[in-house]
Design a binder for this molecule. Structure first.
Ligand SMILES: *Cc1c(COP(=O)(O)O)cnc(C)c1O
Length: 313
């Protein structure tokens, strides 16, 4: 993908990129009712940032049995004349999914049918192992795609606070969004010039570096997948990308009432900290981060096993 400089805005991480694009699409004195479609399970910062803009949030399901693919029928049915954007997270936090070209094309065709732009949060772009990462913008010949990414995840530089928005608008129908991006991008000056100066070299990082990082994450995913599969009452599928796995807790398998109780007790008793699915709109699950060294992940799985034995009913 090639972009003109006037289609790219640098931001303080994807968090600010989201805030910026939401502010452009949902101005406070909004022109009538509006809604946005967000994934469930999904990243909670979306709804936090949207909360004060007064737009309606509609959640579409990502389906566990289909490796967390979007329920495209549901996505289609949620679109109406007030829908201003469909947001997808690919690869996904918290699901660990990486969508196929065919699935992404289905999403684009729904957006095309309803004439709705897509915000593609691709902060985990290229962090995949079993299937290639396909940038959404690369397959849209019609629908405007607003791609967000940055240095926090794949480049392992979360504290440097560098992100970007890139607008792909093959038919030139999103001039208002482009103008809005530039105007809002000028409300703050950043990221800092020191970090910006380092960016070209950072972006030229040799692929072996990323391959090594991704191989470690994949190894951790295998440790967690095989460890979980051996535990009665827990279920997970093998992720294809990003840094996370969602693990389903079989209802009534343990003497703990819900995912929040499960995670609280796991932390107290085994000093293993995972987030309840509730944080991601996925009650009944918990999310594991695949970022620690493999020995620690192995230890985590042993502790999880002991914990589950102690609580199985
Ligand atoms: C971490 C994360 C972000 C935000 O990253 P920044 O540090 O603000 O660049 C955005 N989207 C998803 C899905 C994330 O997991």
């Amino acid at each position: 993908m090639a972009y003109h400089a006037d289609s790219v805005v640098l931001t303080h991480g994807v968090g600010q990129a989201l805030d910026l694009i939401f502010s452009v699409l949902f101005p406070h004195h909004s022109y009538g009712p509006s809604n946005i479609l967000l994934p469930a399970p999904g990243f909670s910062q979306y709804s936090s940032l949207l909360a004060n803009l007064g737009t309606e949030i509609r959640y579409y399901d990502c389906v566990e049995e289909n490796d967390w693919e979007v329920d495209t029928k549901m996505l289609d049915s949620l679109c109406d004349e007030n829908t201003r954007a469909i947001l997808i997270t690919n690869p996904s936090n918290p699901c660990g999914s990486n969508f196929s070209q065919e699935h992404l094309a289905n999403i684009v065709s729904i957006a095309d049918k309803h004439k709705i732009p897509i915000i593609a949060d691709e902060i985990y772009g290229h962090m995949t192992w079993s299937s290639p990462f396909i940038p959404l913008a690369s397959i849209s010949n019609t629908v405007p795609v607003i791609t967000l990414s940055g240095l926090s995840k794949r480049f392992l530089l979360p504290g440097w606070r560098v992100g970007w928005i890139a607008l792909h608008d093959p038919l030139g129908v999103a001039e208002g969004i482009r103008e809005g991006m530039i105007v809002w991008g000028n409300r703050f000056f950043g990221p800092s010039s020191i970090v910006q100066a380092a960016l070209p070299e950072i972006l030229a990082t040799p692929s072996e570096y990323f391959d090594a990082v991704t191989a470690k994450v994949e190894k951790n995913a295998q440790i967690v997948h095989s460890g979980t599969t051996a535990i009665n009452g827990l279920y997970t599928n093998m992720p294809a990308g990003a840094l996370y796995m969602l693990i389903r807790i079989q209802p009534a398998a343990f003497d703990l009432n819900d995912d929040v109780e499960f995670c609280t007790a796991l932390y107290r008793e085994e000093a293993v900290f995972v987030l309840p699915g509730l944080c991601f709109g996925a009650p009944g699950y918990f999310r594991v981060v695949l970022g620690a060294p493999a020995e620690i992940m192995t230890d985590v799985m042993e502790r999880l096993n002991v914990f589950c034995d102690n609580h199985r009913v």
